[in-house]
Design a protein around this ligand. Structure first.
Ligand code: GTP
Ligand code: MG
Ligand code: ZN
Length: 305
């Protein structure tokens, strides 16, 4: 029998035979646990698994090959990687300009990972009700950076309802991951998409203006209008996994487009003469913020190896 993992509850998993939504608990057969020692979780939400009934309880016996997955390395535990979710159709990367303040290099790392695994990404700029009046220019600037790169940017507010219908429509028939830093409003968005759902919603620490890691587990929910959403814990550090330094530029879609015209191959787009990527940055075709994130990843790469 086959089912999809809809929740990782630590000691056990919850499964459902999608598209049917009937959730039941299952444990993992011991020997699967041992495989893949550098990965902290053998199974992720979204995984398709084979299971057997042993008495009254379901036992997962096999993990089917993944179509894709999102993986991160926590910056401190350099050797250990964690699979965020598997078999995802769309990743919504949620960021707010303020409360908590946006960190573009962090967003860009997540986007690089999505490109690496072939997962389409949409950027959600959340909580616009809190800062639109004060920061319309910042919003426009942000949008321009990412639209130049080729990513859709959806402005949302769960208070005014801005952007919610558009996301709900786009989620239909798909498995949609909501990811991003703590406190940006991932769980609030899921609740707004389908008010019958009850993901835990937190508050923002007044002292630090950041989230409090309210969502602690990965969990999939069915949307009333169709499709599934995966709520996820706020990401702290996001280290790249499985990317060689020479390859990083390929996962910036706008750099990949420009790089075809570089005089030298390979070109690191740092010091080479006739570098079309640097020319595109100078011409304003590639946003300097994105280029700086790229340079930061090259630097960081040195620390990891
Ligand atoms: N003003 C305003 N506040 C929002 C909006 N969306 C979320 N919030 C608030 O932001 C805080 C954090 O929201 P959550 O939905 O828990 O954030 P999260 O991204 O799920 O956070 P973690 O689970 O910790 O990763 C809560 O106090 C929400 O009420 C919004 O559109 N506008
Ligand atoms: Mg949450
Ligand atoms: Zn170049």
């Amino acid at each position: 029998m086959y089912a999809t993992v809809v929740k990782n509850a630590g000691s056990h998993y919850l499964l459902s035979e999608l598209p049917k939504w009937e959730v039941f608990p299952a444990v993992l057969r011991g020997k699967i646990r041992l495989k893949g020692s550098s990965i902290t979780n053998p199974i992720a939400v979204g995984d398709k698994v084979k299971y057997e009934m042993e008495g009254d309880s379901a036992v997962i016996t096999e993990i089917l090959p993944r179509r894709n997955y999102v993986i991160r390395r926590s910056t401190n535990l350099s050797r250990q990687a964690h699979i965020i979710a598997a078999n995802v159709d769309m990743a919504y990367i949620v960021v707010s300009l303020f409360f908590p303040a946006i960190k573009l290099p962090f967003l860009d790392r997540i986007l690089v990972t999505c490109e690496l695994y072939g997962i389409p990404a949409t950027i959600v700029l959340s909580k616009t009700d809190m800062y639109r009046e004060l920061a319309q220019e910042d919003i426009d600037h942000f949008r321009a950076i990412y639209e130049k790169a080729g990513y859709p940017v959806i402005e949302t507010s769960v208070h005014t309802g801005e952007g919610i219908d558009r996301i709900r429509e786009a989620c239909k028939g798909k498995v949609n991951l909501f990811s991003g830093e703590s406190g940006v409003g991932k769980s609030s968005l899921i609740k707004a998409l389908d008010p019958s759902l009850n993901p835990k919603i937190g508050s923002i620490s007044v002292a630090h203006l950041q989230g409090k890691h309210t969502t602690s587990l990965y969990e999939m929910y069915p949307l009333a209008d169709g499709g599934y959403v995966i709520d996820s814990p706020g990401i702290r550090g996001f280290g790249l996994v499985d990317v060689e330094k020479e390859e990083i530029a390929r996962y910036f879609p706008e750099m990949l487009r420009a790089a075809a015209e570089c005089r030298f191959t390979p070109c690191t787009h740092t010091h080479e003469p006739g570098c079309a990527v640097k020319e595109a940055v100078d011409a304003g075709v590639i946003a300097p913020e994105r280029y700086n994130s790229y340079l930061g990843m090259l630097e960081e790469d040195k620390k990891f190896r």
